[in-house]
Design a protein around this ligand. Structure first.
Ligand code: WTA
Length: 650
């Protein structure tokens, strides 16, 4: 049997759903109370009447004033739960304080140095109220934007919740991004206040965050105040009248603060994500729809209950952290574990040691992390007791079947289902995902969540089965993004104009005969590096901003661990010479511009980039050469000799 065929056959493996898990699951109980017998019937009934399904779920929330209409869909603009008065923080915190959950632990946090802190719902509620009062005193009002630039510490969810409580819009910037990326996002949203920290520890090294903000603060005219968390006791520069220490400010505030009664559709946050141009897209989410969507998916996909310890091992700076570390678990009243550090520090057993010590029962991570653990070997997880685990999850990029099977065996001890959840910053919640009822196929994200009409279409927009095509969504869902902040045309143009009536995800996928989806990756110029979305254009513009660089082209190169890594080809200005030193400088330059995650793994100097006669860079040719594949038809190239140059550089 040929090797290819062998792999194909392996991918046909199916892992049947566990009847015990099904019986006790949230989704099954919900189905029982709605006279639904099986998965097929669930999908059928909810797809037939999406408003019925989401209305049922929205009724599990507390509303200041009930909504009058469930959905208004004027393609491509959706509004959900119209005329309702709502606040996500009322549902994530305030309502729990009136119940037995008041003294339940909301967050167990572990620092990179091993120290542990716990916050109950009541303690979290009080901290949020103090900060909300402080923000008000700093002049922050409903609709104002606040930039939050913090590492993985408890002040990060506190800051987000405090903004939401008073109706301010938060814009979290991932702490792995550096000065220019912070500046660009803060300016785009015209933020009034920034919340940051003195610094933090990463793999034993100190990262100076306030100093990074100081580097660009003069270029962000809208910022009036900077609140600084004293996280690791670094000396920082504090500008009189502008910069304030978190602890000084909070100790003056009382722990009671009214939650603002907002409209369902009032904005909750902006989160910037990479698109096909250099300018990041400010994805905007709203209070009520986002709450209902994230709550429902966490409840049904990861099946959380009050005994669980939930660990979503993402960074709060990304959508996975927004939805499934901050909002959805709190809406459910769950206990979450949060880890400050990285999976393999100080050794590759760190994650499993914490699973054992904290008794984590549901665990959610990215394929790149699983592949890293595979590399280190089974001996690391074997050292720890992982028997508390009952459900596992994967997100961020396609999980290759080998990694899936390794995860299932070595972490899940053959008994935990793996929820391979496909979704995006834009969707806010899981879109294509298994449920505890699903029979699993390693490498497939299974079927669309109830009510979601996902499809794979060819270039003409016709639905296709068995072949790769564009992954599209054909109807609205409550936690869909409402627009791109400050750029409503781009919202329509980038997502809703290629195929009439369909949301274009930008991913390529295949649908099999049984309706299972197999996500294959991005189809546009967005790279997926270790689960981070990075646009090639953004890296290119960082490179071109270096004084030596005339032109550059950035493509993805397959990498076993990271999925993709960044390969950059650079044409220097005539007066400059290629050298290892310059390569190093260019990498540093990109790090400073965007952040370490965007620094190219490979830089090749070339005299020329392959171009069409109209002067357009032919990325297809560059991609092929990087993968050492045949370049195909290059008759439209104006400079075929450039291909040899690429080969020499690779
Ligand atoms: C990719 C992360 C395959 C995909 C939640 C998508 C996935 C992009 C999966 C969104 C998955 C996410 N299988 N690919 N289970 N989950 N992706 O906005 O390319 O950071 O378009 O949201 O990640 O990345 P984002």
């Amino acid at each position: 049997m040929s090797k290819d065929l062998d792999t194909l056959l392996k991918e046909e493996r199916e892992f049947k759903a566990d009847p015990n898990l099904i019986d006790q699951s949230n989704i099954k109980q919900w189905m029982n109370s709605h006279d639904i017998n099986d998965y097929e019937e669930l999908l059928e009934k909810s797809n037939e009447n999406i408003e019925w399904f989401w209305n049922e779920m929205a009724m599990e929330m507390e509303w200041f004033k009930p909504y009058k209409q469930i959905l208004e869909w004027e393609h491509p603009h959706a509004k959900w739960f119209l005329d309702g008065k709502f606040n996500i923080v009322h549902n994530a915190l305030d309502r729990h304080i009136k119940t037995w959950r008041k003294n339940k632990v909301a967050y167990i946090w572990e620092g990179e140095d091993g120290s542990v802190k716990k916050l109950t719902y009541f303690e979290l509620y009080r901290e949020v109220n103090r900060l909300a009062n402080a923000l008000k005193n700093m002049g922050v009002k409903k609709g104002d934007r606040v930039s939050i630039y913090l590492p993985m510490i408890l002040e990060l969810p506190i800051a987000m919740l405090a903004c939401a409580k008073i109706g301010a819009i938060h814009s979290v910037v991932f702490s792995g991004f550096w000065a220019k990326a912070f500046q660009e996002r803060a300016n785009d949203a015209k933020v009034k206040v920034a919340i940051t920290a003195d610094g933090f520890n990463r793999r034993g090294k100190t990262i100076e965050l306030k100093k990074t903000v100081d580097m660009v603060i003069d270029n962000i005219p809208s910022i009036e105040k900077i609140l600084v968390v004293e996280n690791i006791g670094l000396e920082v520069n504090m500008e009189e009248g502008r910069d304030l220490f978190w602890s000084d400010v909070l100790k003056k505030e009382i722990a009671i603060c009214e939650t603002e009664e907002l409209d369902s559709e009032d904005p909750l946050f902006i989160l910037y994500t990479s698109g096909t141009t250099g300018k990041p897209k400010g994805v905007l989410h709203t209070h009520a729809g986002y709450a209902v969507g994230t709550y429902t998916t966490l409840k049904f996909v990861f099946d959380l209950n009050d005994q669980d310890i939930w660990w979503c091992a993402a960074d709060v700076g990304w959508i996975t952290g927004h939805s499934y570390i901050v909002y959805a678990p709190l809406l459910m009243g769950a206990t979450s574990f949060i880890f400050e550090g990285t999976p393999d520090y100080p050794d590759p057993g760190r994650f499993w040691k914490m699973v054992e010590e904290h008794g984590v029962s549901v665990f959610y991570t990215a394929p790149t992390t699983i592949r890293m653990f595979m590399k280190h070997g089974e001996k690391w997880p074997q050292k720890y007791d992982l028997t508390t685990l009952r459900i596992l999850g994967s997100v961020g990029e396609p999980i290759n079947p080998e990694a899936w099977v390794w995860y299932h065996k070595n972490i899940g001890n053959h008994k935990c289902p793996i929820m391979d959840t496909w979704w995006q910053t834009e969707t806010g919640m899981h879109i294509i995902t298994p449920l505890p009822l699903s029979d699993l196929k390693p490498g497939s994200a299974c079927k669309p969540f109830p009510t979601i009409q996902a499809d794979v279409v060819d270039d003409d927009g016709n639905s296709i089965v068995g072949d790769g095509g564009h992954l599209v969504l054909k109807n609205p869902w409550p936690s869909m993004f409402r627009t791109l902040y400050g750029d409503p045309e781009r919202y329509v143009e980038a997502y809703w104009s290629k195929f009439p009536g369909m949301y274009l995800s930008g991913d390529v996928a295949r649908k099999d005969e049984e309706g299972y989806f197999w996500i294959q990756g991005r189809e546009d110029d967005v790279l997926n590096v270790a689960g981070h979305r990075i646009s090639t254009a953004e890296v290119e513009s960082a490179l071109v901003s270096h004084p030596t660089v005339a032109e550059s082209a950035v493509v993805g190169r397959p990498d076993i661990l990271k999925g993709e890594e960044i390969a950059a080809f650079v044409v220097l200005k005539n007066e400059f010479q290629a050298s290892p030193k310059l390569k190093h400088q260019l990498r540093e330059h990109v790090r400073e511009f965007i952040g370490p995650i965007a620094s190219p793994a490979f830089i090749g100097f070339v005299d020329d980039l392959p171009k069409t006669r109209s002067g357009k860079i032919m990325r297809r040719v560059i991609k092929a050469r990087v993968k050492k594949e045949d370049v195909g038809d290059i008759s439209t190239l104006s400079n075929p000799e450039s291909v040899d140059g690429l080969d020499k550089a690779v």
